[in-house]
Ligand binder design. Structure first.
Ligand code: ZN
Length: 148
């Protein structure tokens, strides 16, 4: 069940992480699920509300999430994923990322950004699919990204 994403949006989410470095960026991915794959067709940048710890935490404001849902519905799309960056950390989910992931069937895309504390360069981008049906049986599974 790969994540299909156009090159332009893939580049945009990576560039977003470079722009907010050394803070985390975050955003929402809209598209469609056909059962076998998630297809991203739109990207919405979100502001990171975690000003207390923006280098290693992200949070999307509820208002931004609601606006994204409204935009998706208007276009006949769904929220299919979320993305954020890991400044100076690997592109692997953290225990906090896992604890705060609640959208089953959605992709959680993480880009590692390496830099010298002022400018960052996007490194590896990985996607993890949140599987399961409840908080008790949820898990992240590696999710191949296919750039279309
Ligand atoms: Zn994270």
């Amino acid at each position: 069940m790969p994540l299909h994403i156009p090159r332009s949006l893939y580049d945009e989410l990576r560039i977003h992480g470079e722009q907010t470095y050394p803070h985390e960026c975050c955003g929402i991915l809209l598209g469609k699920s056909d059962g076998d794959a998630l297809h991203v067709t739109e990207l919405i940048r979100a502001g990171n509300t975690r000003t207390d710890s923006a280098h290693n935490r992200y949070n999307i404001a509820p208002q931004e999430l609601i606006a994204a849902q409204r935009q998706a519905r208007k276009s006949g799309l769904d929220i299919v994923g979320f993305y954020h960056s890991h400044p100076d950390h690997p592109a692997q989910w953290s225990p906090t990322d896992f604890a705060e992931a609640h959208w089953f069937g959605c992709a959680y895309v993480i880009t590692a950004i390496a830099g010298d504390k002022t400018t960052g360069q996007a490194q590896i981008t990985n996607s993890f699919l949140l599987t399961g049906t409840t908080e008790d049986d949820k898990s992240f599974t590696n999710h191949p990204i296919e750039i279309t």
